[in-house]
Design a binder for this molecule. Structure first.
Ligand code: FAS
Ligand code: PHB
Length: 389
């Protein structure tokens, strides 16, 4: 079998790239390790930058997003009983859209299927070959049948635990990592959101986040120990702890209900350089991970896809290699700014086990400065709504 681009990974990165290439008549085949149902069963990101919304529009997949997504002009930042609002639209002219990653992925799957896109699910033993030549190929198996696809390029969109990053020789890769000493316990509940906008809260008991998916589906997180297990937390214990971490003004209004999903995600900052090796390009979580505090994971995957899609478009339509040659440098320039913001916002909003009384006073002062200074809020807002591609 032969195609132009083999895309390893059928998450948002891989599907968005495949659909964008399709709009320019560039063929691709997506290889996904899991079933479509499994991929859609993952509950992850919830906030979309305008850049991702525009890419979904360019891919012809933004109709439901515009119909069902919630435009948010700002967010609440809480510190103990105090809280203030950062007005994204007033400060930057740009809002964000609250629309679950699950729905983004669903829209992309449906678009690929409508277009007759080739997606192989349940693939195993994916191996990427000869990307340091002009004739790369990928081998894999499906239902015990060995397969091979010859191609021009391979896009590694297979997330942090995929095979693509490790295809780049260890002596070529440089990896940068920071592990955080806590995780996020997330709950999805069929309850009305506690507030019309998100609430990021730093309390003496730790971080909490109140988010949503729609008027009857809420997403909540609390900072938890890395040794915690979701089964350690009854619904009642979760709601009780969440109420203790958000201002009583909101806690009194919180509508609780059964958790329909409960999971713990560790927090990590990670970047691998370069994001290209020969005919292999890494996209999204395959190349970088951020703590979810700044809602940058999915959105930085989107900017990778933007750079790679435009580079491949130039190659196939204009015969130019300048876009793909600049891919890694362009992508990493924005990746590191997202890493910085995610690290900064995580440092500001969480309680760290080794925090000294001095550290706590600095955190308090930083939050007070953010709450009272327009320039500080503008800087935060510009990063949150998404820096330019
Ligand atoms: P993904 O990991 O989404 O997709 C990779 C795909 O490749 C998967 O479907 C996987 O099955 C497949 N794959 C892996 N190995 C393969 C192989 N060898 N062969 C074929 N396929 C293979 N971001 C936020 O902005 N906010 C959040 O709240 C948030 N919460 C998160 C919670 C968790 C538990 C995790 C893990 C991530 C979270 N993220 C969040 C980040 C997340 O949204 C990612 O940034 C986003 O999924 C990136 O998309 P992809 O790059 O497509 O990677
Ligand atoms: C979510 O709704 O899942 C969400 C929103 C904002 C974040 C992280 C997660 O920063």
């Amino acid at each position: 079998m032969k195609t132009s681009v083999v895309i390893v990974g059928g998450g948002p990165s891989g599907l968005l790239l495949s659909q964008l290439l399709h709009t320019k008549g560039i063929e691709s085949i997506v290889l996904e390790r899991k079933t479509k149902e499994y991929v859609l069963g993952r509950i992850r990101a919830g906030v979309l930058e305008t850049g991702l919304v525009k890419l979904m529009e360019e891919a012809g997949c933004a109709e439901r997003l515009h119909a069902e997504g919630f435009v948010h002009d700002g967010t609440q930042i809480a510190f103990g009983e105090e809280f203030f609002r950062v007005d994204f639209t007033a400060l930057t002219g740009t809002p964000v859209v609250v629309y679950g990653q699950t729905e983004v992925t669903r829209d992309l799957y449906e678009a690929r299927e409508r277009a007759g896109g080739v997606i192989d699910y349940d693939v195993e033993n994916v191996v990427i070959h000869d990307v340091d030549t002009s004739n790369p190929f990928v081998t894999y198996s499906v239902d015990g049948e060995e397969r091979r696809i010859d191609c021009d390029f391979v896009a590694g969109c297979d997330g942090f635990h995929g095979v693509s990053r490790k295809t780049i020789p260890a002596d070529v890769r440089k990896e940068y990592e920071k592990a955080y000493p806590f995780g996020w316990l997330g709950v999805l509940s069929e309850t009305p959101p506690v507030h019309e906008e998100l609430i990021y809260a730093n309390s003496e008991r730790g971080f909490a986040l109140c988010s949503m998916r729609n008027e009857q589906l809420s997403r909540y997180y609390i900072q938890c120990s890395l040794s915690d297990d979701p089964d350690d937390w009854s619904d009642e214990d979760f709601w009780k702890e969440l109420k203790l971490r958000i201002p009583s003004h909101y806690a009194e209004q919180l509508v609780t209900g059964p958790a329909i999903e409960k999971s713990i995600a560790p927090l990590r900052s990670f970047v691998t350089e370069p994001m290209r090796w020969g005919r292999l390009f890494l996209c999204g979580d395959a190349a970088h991970i951020v703590p979810p505090t700044g809602a940058k994971g999915l959105n930085t995957a989107a900017s990778d896809v933007h750079y790679l899609y435009n580079g491949l478009k130039e190659f196939y339509l204009d015969g130019s290699e300048s876009g793909i040659d600049a891919y890694s440098e362009n992508a990493l320039r924005r990746v590191w700014k997202a890493e910085r913001f995610s690290w900064w916002f995580s440092s500001l909003m969480h309680r760290y086990p080794d925090q000294t009384p001095f550290d706590l006073r600095i955190q308090t002062a930083e939050l007070a400065f953010l709450g009272s200074n327009e320039a500080a809020q503008k800087a935060m807002a510009e990063n949150y709504v998404g820096l330019p591609y």
